[in-house]
Design a protein around this ligand. Structure first.
Ligand code: GRG
Length: 295
């Protein structure tokens, strides 16, 4: 676990430094917008999606510069989703990553625009020549990110989540919602590393299955933390889903059954990595982190 914590910290540090250099600097009449983008994008977070991109790519000796820029683009999309998710018209949350949510630290309109700008910036970053020498690769990565983030991915999952009690509250519906809301971007994070590393079809399939299981286990752990976690650890409000009558894995099947599924998914995720042997050591230990995390 110690090695994993060191790797996570190393990647978080690199992502923070890169984003600080890449994000627009506050200046001119719109400087508040840039400050707001920076408040959220540089305000902590585990940087788990960048970790997946970079560590998946490292298994194939992929170019570190390309991995870092793509990881930053994915993190910008993730940050935008958190900003918008926290808005009064969605979850109306007050705390994120241990600090006031963006619309409280600034104002609602600025938060909305900062989210929009981070989402757009992600695609600018992804498509710039500095990201990868091969334009076709840049195009494939850009399309992949758009699909994971948009109406057939994360936004669709959010729409299903917002529909709340109106959607079926059975396990299949909850699984589908989470596969879209959280899983799609985690899947793409792993896939992007494999793409940049020119992994074979069989390797990409194995990694995609790994990402699927890790993504679901991640969300189940999130639901357990929402039910049983403490604000001091999570840095965000807990007990929200139950209070708001929202469906999640714990409300549908209970905490113990959710824990059992997490254990099963974790074992399954590890099996998918067998193909890679010792090269997959870090991705293997990441499974334990995801399912044991307290934040
Ligand atoms: C398109 C508006 C919009 C929203 C997308 C992802 C999402 C839907 C909303 C986020 C809400 C949420 C709390 C989902 C549960 C799982 C999740 C994505 C948790 C946050 O991710 P972490 O734990 O966060 O990786 P950090 O702060 O570490 O980056």
């Amino acid at each position: 676990m110690q090695t994993l914590q060191t790797r996570l910290a190393e990647i978080a540090e690199r992502v923070n430094t890169a984003l600080d250099a890449l994000l627009p600097k506050p200046q001119g009449p719109e400087s508040e917008l840039m400050q707001a983008m920076r408040y959220s994008a540089l305000g902590g977070g585990k940087r788990l999606r960048p970790f997946f991109t970079i560590e998946a790519g490292r298994m194939f000796d992929a170019d570190e510069g390309a991995l870092l820029r793509v990881a930053c683009a994915i993190e910008c999309v993730h940050t935008y989703s958190l900003i918008h998710d926290d808005l009064p018209c969605m979850d109306d949350d007050e705390l994120r990553r241990g600090r006031p949510t963006l619309h409280l630290a600034f104002d609602e309109a600025t938060a909305l625009l900062a989210g929009d700008a981070l989402l757009t910036f992600a695609f600018e970053l992804m498509s710039e020549p500095e990201t990868h020498r091969d334009p076709q690769m840049r195009c494939l990565l850009t399309t992949g990110l758009a699909r994971a983030a948009g109406a057939s991915g994360m936004v669709a999952g959010q729409a299903a989540d917002m529909a709340g009690g109106e959607i079926d509250s059975d396990l299949i519906a909850v699984t589908r919602m989470n596969r879209l809301k959280t899983g799609a971007l985690i899947n793409f994070s792993v896939e992007a590393g494999a793409m940049i590393g020119c992994a074979s079809e069989a390797e990409r399939t194995a990694l995609s299955r790994y990402a699927h299981d890790v993504g679901l286990a991640f969300q189940m752990r999130d639901d357990i933390l929402d039910a049983e976690g403490v604000v001091r650890d999570t840095g965000k409000a807990v007990g929200k889903d139950k209070d708001r009558g929202k469906v999640n894995f714990v409300t549908v099947m209970g905490a113990d059954a959710t824990r059992e599924r997490v254990t099963m998914l974790a074992a399954q995720a590890k099996q998918h990595l067998a193909l890679f042997g010792p090269r997959a050591r870090i991705l293997l230990t990441a499974v334990d982190f995801v399912v044991e995390r307290r934040y």
